[in-house]
Design a protein around this ligand. Structure first.
Ligand SMILES: Cc1cc2nc3c(=O)[nH]c(=O)nc-3n(C[C@H](O)[C@H](O)[C@H](O)COP(=O)(O)OP(=O)(O)OC[C@H]3O[C@@H](n4cnc5c(N)ncnc54)[C@H](O)[C@@H]3O)c2cc1C
Length: 384
């Protein structure tokens, strides 16, 4: 070993141990190549663990009418047809197989009465489509993938930050990083590197993302000569916490609205009815009676405007606040307590219940949450 740095060799180096990196490492290892996985936090602590509401996949368990084509349509419409249609197609077609694979590897999803994987409503989706485990889906996902990866014998290097990709002429030759514990350098020699380092949320002051989301992989790729694409496509989730200041931006899952929560401004008005775009008008309830009927009987065709795609809802909240109709702390109110009993809320949304109790001293089974937009997700990245 060179005194200045240690060296490891593998065939495929995967940078990042969230859902994407773990799944890539499992696949590489299954192909029989020596695989190494590097992450800058502890294994199991990647952002994926924070995913709450569920995994969108047209399994058709709750709505037999659902299929990948409707999911594809919803995705394209949500993206105002600016999406890369081929990516959206692959995603819609393959999602059910990925969910079933997780189940095969040991993930325990919530069930329907018939014992199938239960699916819940989310913004922009025509049918209840999200496979979930309460509002802690990411925890189950990472637990399953991590166990599977570890049993495959993949070499894991934790608390190691990759800082630069190495090249031999025009070809990738590995990466260099440092151990977070002592700052010593470490070199990984590898003819193939997979970048799976997550998003860029920490570019923004108010974000649902953790300290890890600093766009490292995007920077590494750019330095190595790769192209970036669609970096201006940043998603603002409509509902982050707004109060107290120390928790501003922490996510309030869309499942709150999927499970019965509605948005109101400071005067108690359900303002989303004023913000239904022409594009979604035929499928969106335009009055309280119809929206409430949808909540109680989801066979009704016209969905509540509270579940329009995220950009629409985030812009509507912003407009309400700017017009002076916001809450005391610059948000709006999200109320599930007046529609659902306490037991239901605690069972379906256990993390939200604890999050508000512990961080904001609000009991969401009896009071409304104060919420506002928060930077959540980046659709752009390295061109592939
Ligand atoms: C609060 C919250 C709730 C969410 N809920 C949902 C949901 O219900 N449904 C849904 O579909 N999506 C949800 N999302 C989005 C979803 O969690 C992410 O899109 C997904 O987890 C990203 O997975 P990933 O593997 O790409 O990245 P991550 O899980 O973030 O993994 C990134 C990995 O890269 C590593 N890394 C980063 N930089 C470096 C570096 N320089 N060197 C070494 N390692 C590095 C990190 O340590 C980590 O292991 C949610 C996101 C948040 C924040």
């Amino acid at each position: 070993m060179d005194e200045r740095y240690e060296t490891h060799e593998c065939d495929v180096l995967v940078v990042g141990a969230g859902g994407a990196g773990l799944r890539a490492a499992i696949e590489a290892s299954a192909q029989g190549v020596r695989t190494a996985l590097v992450c800058k936090s502890l294994l199991g602590k990647a952002h994926t663990v924070m995913a709450e509401g569920g995994i969108a996949a047209a399994l058709g368990n709750v709505w037999p009418e659902d299929n990948w084509k409707v999911h594809f349509r919803d995705t394209m419409r949500g993206g105002k047809l600016l999406n890369n249609w081929r990516m959206a197609q692959i995603h819609a077609q393959e999602a059910p197989a990925r969910v079933l694979e997780l189940e095969e590897w040991g993930a325990l999803f919530d069930r329907t009465r018939d014992g199938l994987i239960l699916q819940r409503d989310f913004g922009g989706h025509r049918y209840a489509r999200l496979a979930h485990v309460g509002d802690r889906t990411g925890l189950e996902m990472i637990r399953t993938l991590q166990n599977h990866a570890v049993h495959k014998g993949i070499d894991v290097y934790m608390e190691c930050t990759i800082q630069r990709l190495l090249k031999d002429g025009d070809r990738i030759a590995g990466a260099i990083g440092y151990w977070r514990e002592n700052g010593r350098f470490v070199v990984f020699k590898a003819p193939a590197v997979v970048l799976a380092t997550g998003g860029i949320g920490k570019v923004y002051k108010i974000t649902s993302n953790s300290w890890e989301y600093t766009g490292d992989g995007i920077g590494l790729a750019l330095q190595a000569g790769a192209d970036l694409i669609d970096m201006e496509m940043v998603q603002f989730h409509p509902t982050g916490m707004v109060w107290p200041p120390s928790v501003r931006g922490i996510l309030v899952t869309e499942s709150v609205r999927g499970d019965g929560g509605t948005l109101r401004n400071a005067s108690g008005e359900r303002f989303m009815f004023n913000y239904i775009p022409e594009f979604f008008r035929t499928e969106t309830a335009d009055n309280e009676k119809e929206a409430d009927a949808w909540y109680e009987d989801k066979r009704n065709n016209r969905r509540t405007p509270d579940l329009l795609p995220r950009d629409e809802v985030a812009r509507a909240i912003n407009a309400e606040v700017k017009a002076g109709r916001g809450s005391e702390h610059g948000g709006v109110f999200l109320d599930i307590a007046s529609r659902r009993p306490a037991d239901y809320i605690k069972k379906r949304l256990p993390s939200m219940y604890h999050q508000f109790r512990e961080l904001a001293d609000v009991d969401i089974t009896s009071a409304a949450m104060e919420v506002g937009p928060t930077c959540h997700y980046v659709m752009g990245g390295v061109r592939v």
